[in-house]
Design a protein around this ligand. Structure first.
Ligand code: SAH
Length: 246
């Protein structure tokens, strides 16, 4: 069944007005018709079964049923990703969405490459990432979007402490030779897990020491040096598995 996003503000009772973009896609490309059943998401954690009632200008649909998201979410997983070059960062945003990461915090690392200016481009970059998140949510049927934080320095990210109890904080470092994920105690009942992934040039020793002051343990993903975007996907998938979320 085809899946579409709608803005909760475009809902009146059980009637939903879909956006111009979604309407054009429904009418021009998918050629759906009045009576067609569709799945709707509004980013609030609910999933709706709906029926198209009108195709004039913007598509109107009537909500038939609503379900709270059955997807198990497991413990909240917050990823801090050192800024990577554009396409790699777009890839990480999309994969964090698909893999059920709660929030993504891009940060500036001393060895980040690519253009980091956060001026007017920063606004465009955040908008592009939001579009990637929405598109990935539609594709993977995720009902609550990835929370995207603003780009900030590593020190600010590490010190932003929500005060949750029982936090696990891991920094993935290719120069860590001792500890890897299966050396850690069982991932039972953590309240929150924070991961830090480095830039193409790797974390500096100062950055590893800074993060350690905030409770981050450095962790190896094995003897090979993974590309930054490979390490991020691998780390998230393994931690999600160990924390019982997949
Ligand atoms: N400095 C490396 C490149 C860093 S890889 C080089 O010499 O080429 C980019 C990021 O991926 C690292 O900062 C780290 O966060 C992660 N990473 C890559 N391989 C890893 C490994 N074997 N263990 C832990 N993290 C790794």
């Amino acid at each position: 069944m085809r899946r579409f996003f709608f803005d909760p503000a475009a809902r009146k009772g059980e009637m939903v007005l879909l956006s111009d973009i979604e309407s054009r896609h429904i009418v021009k490309s998918l050629r759906l018709h009045v009576g067609s059943r569709i799945e709707l998401l509004d980013g609030t954690g609910l999933r709706y079964l709906a029926e198209i009632t009108s195709l004039v200008r913007q598509v109107v649909a009537r909500i038939l049923t609503a379900d709270a998201d059955a997807q198990e979410e497991g413990v909240a997983l917050h990823v801090g990703q050192a800024m990577l070059k554009n396409a790699k960062m777009d890839f990480v945003v999309e994969k964090c969405t698909e893999l059920g990461v709660t929030s993504l915090s891009p940060f500036i690392s001393s060895r980040s490459q690519g253009n980091l200016d956060d001026g007017e481009r920063g606004g465009k970059r955040q908008q592009r990432w939001q579009r990637i998140i929405e598109s990935a949510c539609k594709q993977c049927s995720r009902t609550r979007p990835l929370e995207l934080q603003g780009v900030r320095p590593l020190a600010e990210l590490c010190s932003a402490d929500g005060g949750e109890p029982r936090r696990l904080r891991l920094l993935f470092w290719e120069e860590e030779k001792e500890r890897c994920l299966h050396d850690l105690p069982p991932f039972t009942d953590y309240g929150r897990i924070d991961l830090l992934l480095g830039p193409e040039g790797g974390f500096s020793r100062d950055e590893v020491a800074l993060a350690a002051r905030f409770g981050y343990q450095s962790i190896s993903l094995g003897p090979r040096i993974l590309r930054a975007e490979t390490a991020t996907v691998a780390a998230i998938a393994i931690v999600r598995y160990l924390s019982g979320a997949m």
